[in-house]
Design a protein around this ligand. Structure first.
Ligand code: ADP
Length: 212
């Protein structure tokens, strides 16, 4: 609760600081050394805004409104929302969905959020294009969905920290995206995981249990 209040209270002053810093950048001449300082303020404020946004998301109480969910339908729907973004980045999106009629008991909005986080991360690691594949399968006791990219993968020593709060290798990352994913999936009784793929790139997946 305290984090929520602090994060919330910090938002308004940050909007002012960021707004004024951006105005300063625009009003200073290219060769003015202060322009670079104003740009740094503006960039750092954007980073703080992102951290606060993710933090508020992380501590948001999650409503437990679960229903019988057809995973492949949800994946198709989420993937549709990324069609433009993917195309713009020269990424080929492939869907290999084989869950069929098997349902899981889950909150569609939350699972959508997990998929979106995986997809955004995958798109970010392929700035010059690549292949993005979403694979769904029924496995023993659960439904598994994996998001595969053809990016650089992650360093082995990072693998333990990927889902930890505030772990990020990105200059402007909050490191909360995967933590939120893991929190959502765990609250459904499932697990998240990640591995580098033999053929290059990474796979981030989640497994949701089948209803008892
Ligand atoms: P953020 O996106 O703010 O960094 P995340 O929790 O979503 O936070 O991701 C944490 C870290 O996990 C990233 O900074 C990156 O190092 C690593 N990561 C996430 N997705 C991928 C991916 N598809 N390939 C390689 N590394 C990844």
């Amino acid at each position: 609760e305290t984090s929520a209040i602090v994060a919330h209270e910090l938002r308004n002053p940050l909007v002012s600081i960021g707004g004024f810093a951006r105005t300063l950048v625009r009003s200073l001449k290219e060769d003015d050394p202060n322009r670079e300082f104003a740009r740094i303020i503006s960039d750092e404020v954007s980073r703080m805004e992102r951290i606060i946004h993710d933090l508020l998301d992380f501590i948001r109480p999650r409503k437990q409104m679960r229903k019988a969910l057809h995973m492949d339908d949800l994946v198709r729907e989420v993937a549709k929302g990324y069609a433009l973004e993917v195309e713009k980045n020269g990424i080929e999106l492939r869907l290999d969905l084989q869950v069929g009629g098997t349902v899981v008991n889950a909150h569609p909005g939350e699972i959508q959020q997990v998929l979106q986080n995986f997809l955004m991360n995958a798109i970010q690691v392929m700035p010059s294009g690549g292949v993005l594949e979403i694979v769904s399968r029924v496995i023993e006791g659960g439904v598994k969905v994996g998001v595969r990219d053809s990016g650089p993968g992650f360093a082995e020593e990072e693998s333990e920290n990927l889902f930890s709060p505030f772990f990020s290798t990105k200059p402007t990352g909050s490191g909360l995206g995967l933590t939120i994913c893991s929190q959502i999936i765990k609250s459904h009784g499932g697990v998240c995981g990640a591995e580098n793929r033999a053929e290059g790139g990474a796979e981030f997946h989640f497994i949701l249990p089948l209803p008892k």
